[in-house]
Design a protein around this ligand. Sequence first.
Ligand code: DP6
Length: 330
Amino acid sequence: PGHGVTAVAHPNIALIKYWGKRDERLMIPYVDSLSMTLDIFPTTTTVRLAPGAPADSLTLDGSPAEGEVRRRVVGFLDLLRERSGRSEPAVVDTHNSVPTGAGLASSASGFAALALAGAAAYGLDPDRTALSRLARRGSASASRSIFGGFAVCHAGRGTGAAADLGSYAEPVPVPDFDPALVIAVVDAGAKAVSSRAAMRRTVETSPLYRAWATSGKTDLAEMRVALRRGDLDAVGEIAERNALGMHATMLTARPAVRYLSPATVAVLDGVLRLRSDGVPAYATMDAGPNVKVLCHPADADRVAEAVRGAAPGCSVFTARRGPGARLTGE
Ligand code: DP6
């Protein structure tokens, strides 16, 4: 058996959210998004080609991958085989460093690492833009984890091949802005509705979806300015309103998709109290009840303490900006 190719990638948290696909097969988002790649919880993935094997063999944290996860990874490997003109099955071994049950398992770090290791294993040599486009086919947020620091993912225009070509992520250079992100895991359980299904339902039925997508354009333009200025208050305010707006679209879907729990709201109240005490802290939430709080690194301990007080029993992690995906010499 040949040597495997190993890649590491980190999760990212969107400050301007992606929610909704205009092409589900090509995984093209409706809206542009912007994120910070984190320095914690990397995913490490090794891909080895297995000529003559009957099928792909996938292991996730030591156990065989099954169901939806297996289906998505095999679909992604099929895309690599189509691109490379090769047909060998692969052996894929993935390790997430997220503490088990932290409710933070990320398809972003997973598909970024798989895209990088898989492309190399199948002899493809994409540049970073092409790699990001490729990772998008696994999970749209994965396109951003190819890059370290801050990255913007373009939704692109048009349909079909043109849309595919136009939808990729690229770095947003902000050398001097290095905030902390305090992550409050208030519920580690699996989500009630997958983000994929929830997005579809939101786009199809929420009367607020279009309005949120439109205001997201202003949010993104203002976010770029705020980042360039290193203005934490402006970055935080824009990120918070963009995330609350995304959840408003879900709450107005039919039937409603509600990821926010009483503990989420308690942490949001804690964040407001911090602000009224003069501590700049701003919240963002994804497709789940956990809250990520943006703050100055010097305030991170105080923010973590406030979050623990607001939601007793939650787990708290502090992240900073992290690196892009990279191959490791095996
Ligand atoms: C709320 O990238 O996980 O975290 O493209 O279907 O794999 P798929 O969805 P995914 O959705 C992320 C949604 C979000 C916001 C964001 O990260 O931009």
